[in-house]
Write a protein that binds this ligand. Structure first.
Ligand SMILES: [Zn+2]
Length: 104
């Protein structure tokens, strides 16, 4: 599939962005994000401690650790997003919201 073809990002850049993500997690901004206790993707309420920092555009695909590209995600979504193609991922999120009764 077209959108699954990509040139992996430079490992040095990925490493640097991962470190930035660690710093971002200590920021007041991030604490505010997880403090809301809602997964960005499926919209389910999740305890703050169980929310992970997810890069909307993965680092390996050239995403960066910026506020616009970092969202709180529940562990299930974080896991699934790694394994699914973007089309499968869309269906997964919609189905999860539908089951939970969260507006899509
Ligand atoms: Zn989720």
């Amino acid at each position: 599939m077209m959108d699954d073809l990509f040139i992996p990002a430079d490992p040095d850049v990925v490493q640097r962005e991962r470190l930035k993500a660690k710093e971002l997690k200590r920021s007041a901004w991030w604490k505010g994000q997880v403090g809301r206790g809602v997964c960005h993707y499926c919209g389910l309420r999740v305890p703050s401690a169980e929310l992970t920092l997810d890069h909307v555009v993965p680092l390996i695909r050239g995403g960066r650790t910026t506020r616009g590209n970092c969202v709180p995600a529940c562990m299930a979504c974080n896991q699934e997003k790694r394994h699914l193609s973007s089309t499968q991922w869309q269906s997964y999120v919609e189905e999860k919201k539908r089951v939970a009764g969260v507006p899509v």
